[in-house]
Structures are given as C-alpha cells and as structure tokens.
Write a protein that binds this ligand. Structure first.
Ligand SMILES: [Zn+2]
Ligand SMILES: [Zn+2]
Length: 362
C-alpha cells in the first residue's frame, strides 16, 4: 500500500512539472494579450455589429402620367411605351416604385440581374422592390451620403454608405491592420462601411403558434388511451425507436401495434401538448440564453433554435428552420419574449454566442 502511495506521489510531481513547463510555453509563445483585448472594438469583429439607424428622407413622388404631361408641355417630347423586340419577362403587376409607371414603360436594364429601368423617370430598381423603397431615401447618419442598395439577402436588403470620405469609414480604416489592407480583397475581411439592413419580411405579422395541417384526432378505434400512454412512455420517456416501442409492447403486453401507429400517437400527443407548452406561464427570470444547432431529419440538414431561461431552465422559445438566417432567430426570440407580458424586466440579460444573427435579430 505504502509503495503505491509513494509511486502515485512521484507520478503527481512529474505531472506538475509537465504542467509548469506547458504554462511556461504558453506564456512565452501564445500571446495572452489578445484575450484581454476587447474584441468588440476590433474592426475584425465589426461584421457582427449593428449600426445605428439611417436618416430617412421622404421623397417627393411624381405620378407617371403627370410626369409625361409635364415633359410634353415643357419640352414638347412625348414619352411612349417601350417597343419590345423580344419577349419580356417582367411580371405584369410590376410597377415603378418611384412614379408608379406600369409594365409598358419598363424595360430590363441588364438581363440577368433583374434590374429594371423606368422609361418615364429613368430610375433603376429591382423587380421585387417594395413600394416604400421608392418613396424614401436612406442617408448615412455619419456623412449624409445616400446609401447604395448593395445586396439582397434572404430576409433583408443591405444598404451601404459607399462614400470614401465618410468619417465612419475613415475611422474604421484607421484601426485596421495595414498589412491586411494591402492584400488583394483585404478590405473585404472587415466591415468598414456603414450598413443598414432593411427587412423585407414583417416578422411581427407571422403566426408563431401555427400547427401543421395534418393533425390527427384522439378517437381510439383499435386501442385505448392506456396503450397510447404506454407507447408515449417508451417512445418519449425511454427514448426507444418506433420499431422498438412496437416490439416492446408486443413482448411485454402481447398487444399487436404497428410502428406507424406509435408514430401517429406521438404526433397527436405533440400537437395536443404544443399549445399548452407554448402558452404556459413560465414566469421567466431576467436572464435568457440562446443557442442554435443543426439536426438531421431523414438526411436533410435543419437547424433548431432554443431560447432558455438561465435560472429555471425552461425552454421559452424554439424554432426549427431550413436555414441559419436571421428569420427563424427572430421568431424564436419573439416566442421567448412574449412571456414578458408588458415590458422587459429590469436588468434583462440575453446571452448568446457570437453568431451575428442574434444582435441583428435583437
Ligand atoms: Zn418610374
Ligand atoms: Zn457615410
């Protein structure tokens, strides 16, 4: 016994030596300084930053008929509908968001990019441009430069201040590592320009408690509710597969039940329980945590989002989605936040990883 203790003590000493050696190595060669450095100030992480809102200016709108009459009166020139030589694939209900000119006055500006040019007001726009975008001008809050329509993402449009003299851009450029800037496309690694994301989907009009249409009833023709509860105990509580549950019911109780029937029971139970789970008053605390992960359902990759009460551990919001965009994230957050009936509690905290969808959704 003594020798074993002696041997273990020596072993311990040896391990401590190794730890000391490794610690020394870390101190010498791995810059600990960067851990102390406040990441949020680094331009490298600016991509995750949500800028302040832009200056919104209402644009004076000319109606296309007035415009045509004005040009005729002033310059004696009549704007005629476009003469088309080839088939036009502009949707029939597409109108110019600036002057409401119908399809007859619109033509494709550059084949592939869906950009449309209005013959009346000579403005360019996208096929799916909403009416609002024609009526308002977005300006950079730092330099008042008009924001350029840059990219169309799944749920939002990116407007960017491209002014090279913008103080916001200048300031960010100063903080960037010089060697990165000189690389080809080096600037693309950073978010240097002012950006505004205009959402194209109204997430506050979407129904978050809708059920799938094919819900089944709880009428028992072949089996009883007792057997249903047996199925659920094995399939849900014990985590047996559908086939194993059916097998266990057969082996233990000599009841013939198909795995499809077990699946139907599980589905029905889920549908009946969902409204209760969703609307239960969880009395949430003032701290929430959020995370997302991916699951494979029948070989198709999907994403699950969970928002949890950090103290009580109850799941307050959840969503399953086919994309990792900001849309499902917003829906999950709305679901969690509706637990607060009037307003957010004081000292409310929302904890999530660095994924950019969270600050954007917030
Ligand atoms: Zn127009
Ligand atoms: Zn600017």
């Amino acid at each position: 016994m003594n020798t074993i203790i002696h041997y273990l003590l020596i072993q311990n000493q040896c391990l401590l030596q190794i730890i000391l050696y490794l610690f020394d190595f870390i101190c010498k060669y791995i810059p600990l300084k960067q851990w102390v450095f406040d990441d949020s100030n680094s331009p490298k992480y600016q991509k995750f930053k949500v800028d302040e809102p832009p200056i919104i200016i209402q644009r004076e709108v000319w109606f296309y008929k007035d415009f045509i009459s004005y040009i005729k009166w002033r310059y004696g020139y009549v704007i005629t509908p476009v003469k088309r030589r080839s088939l036009c694939d502009i949707p029939d209900d597409c109108t110019c968001p600036y002057c409401k000119a119908p399809k007859e006055y619109l033509y494709k500006n550059n084949g592939s990019h869906n950009q449309i040019l209005c013959k009346v007001c000579s403005r360019k726009f996208q096929t799916h441009a909403n009416e609002l975008s024609g009526k308002i001008i977005l300006r950079c809050p730092h330099c008042s430069h008009t924001l350029a329509h840059k990219k169309d993402r799944k749920h939002f449009v990116i407007h960017k201040c491209t002014n090279p003299k913008c103080p916001y851009y200048r300031h960010n450029l100063k903080n960037v590592d010089k060697k990165h800037i000189n690389e080809p496309f080096g600037k693309n690694k950073y978010k240097l320009h002012y950006i505004y994301r205009e959402f194209t989907v109204d997430f506050f009009k979407m129904d978050i408690s809708s059920l799938p249409k094919n819900s089944s009833s709880l009428k028992f023709t072949k089996h009883s509710s007792y057997i249903m509860s047996l199925c659920l105990t094995m399939h849900v509580n014990l985590g047996l597969s559908l086939r194993k549950t059916a097998q266990a019911i057969k082996d233990l109780y000599n009841i013939n039940i198909s795995h499809q029937q077990v699946a139907n029971y599980a589905r029905t139970a889920a549908l009946v329980i969902k409204p209760f789970v969703d609307n239960y008053d969880y009395e949430p605390s003032n701290t929430m945590t959020a995370d997302e992960t991916y699951i494979k359902v029948r070989g198709v990759k999907g994403y699950v989002w969970f928002i949890m009460d950090a103290v009580k551990r109850s799941i307050l919001g959840y969503q399953v989605s086919d994309n990792r965009g900001v849309g499902p994230c917003i829906l999950a957050m709305r679901m969690a936040l509706r637990n607060f009936k009037e307003k957010l509690p004081e000292k409310f905290r929302f904890i999530a990883d660095g994924y950019s969808a969270y600050p954007l959704a917030a």
